[in-house]
Design a protein around this ligand. Structure first.
Ligand SMILES: NC(=O)c1ccc[n+]([C@@H]2O[C@H](COP(=O)([O-])OP(=O)(O)OC[C@H]3O[C@@H](n4cnc5c(N)ncnc54)[C@H](O)[C@@H]3O)[C@@H](O)[C@H]2O)c1
Length: 223
């Protein structure tokens, strides 16, 4: 992980933004702007997720929502060798997902056949409980995202939960969770297969170690 070189303070709701001058990644922290430990009362070391190394290859990844952003995120992780499940509730959108993923991979000069290995599902019931990293890219609706995170944390006890929200607070998205330290933001730019920047957002209760792990993972998918 390259160091954060520039501390460009610019208000994003109540957050401070730290930019990596390589232009490829950005970390947004909580109100203090300090890269400190999560709030008191969070998981002990023994209770924390036992995350594997941050290689994308072979990692169990789930993407929720196969719209404009979600289909492309699934394709990017699959192209990097992750085992990807893409969950979409709308049958028409799900039916077109494979072809859209192939097109996006071609546009990025990546192997379109990577899309063939992606598992398409229409319900959270079909997610693999072994999944380690989830990104939600469902509609920009706070209540929907809150309920999704509450549901996902029960179904996927070993996973970090990332939100691709553009404007919502990660603390709010995680508000119904019992372990909000597992939540964070990963804000990809459209089109994600061409834009190398992803903002990684540390919510008020996000465990710093999980933010660092996510940033390392995103570098493995060339972000
Ligand atoms: N469009 C952009 O340029 C852009 C850029 C950065 C971030 N974002 C953010 O990414 C997220 C997704 O945006 P988008 O443009 O891809 O939206 P979209 O409307 O194209 O896709 C959202 C998809 O989520 C599906 N969905 C809704 N609820 C679901 C659920 N519970 N389970 C599974 N699927 C569900 C919908 O059927 C839809 O296909 C939003 O939070 C948005 O703010 C969008």
């Amino acid at each position: 992980m390259s160091p954060i070189l520039e501390n460009a303070r610019c208000p994003v709701n109540d957050t401070t933004k730290l930019l990596d001058t390589s232009g490829k990644s950005a970390l947004i922290t909580g109100a203090t702007g300090k890269l400190g430990s999560p709030a008191d009362g969070m998981l002990t070391e023994e209770e924390s997720l036992n995350l594997p190394n941050s290689s994308a290859r072979g990692l169990d990844v789930a993407i929720i929502g196969a719209g404009l952003m979600g289909h492309a995120l699934a394709a990017i992780f699959a192209a990097a060798g992750s085992r990807v499940t893409l969950c979409e509730t709308d049958s028409t959108t799900l039916a077109s997902a494979k072809q859209r993923m192939r097109s996006s991979l071609e546009a990025a000069d990546l192997d379109p056949n990577a899309a063939d290995a992606i598992r398409l599902v229409n319900s959270l019931d079909s997610l693999d409980p072994e999944c380690r990293f989830v990104t939600e890219a469902i509609s920009e609706n706070l209540r929907l995202k809150q309920e999704l995170f509450r549901d996902l944390e029960k179904r996927l006890p070993q996973a970090l939960l990332a939100s691709n929200t553009s404007v919502l607070s990660i603390g709010e998205v995680a508000r119904l969770m019992t372990s909000p330290e597992r939540s964070l933001g990963t804000h990809w730019w459209n089109p994600p297969y061409l834009v190398p920047l992803v903002e990684v957002v540390q919510g008020p209760q996000t465990r710093l170690e999980y933010v660092q792990w996510t940033m390392a993972l995103l570098r493995r998918v060339y972000k």
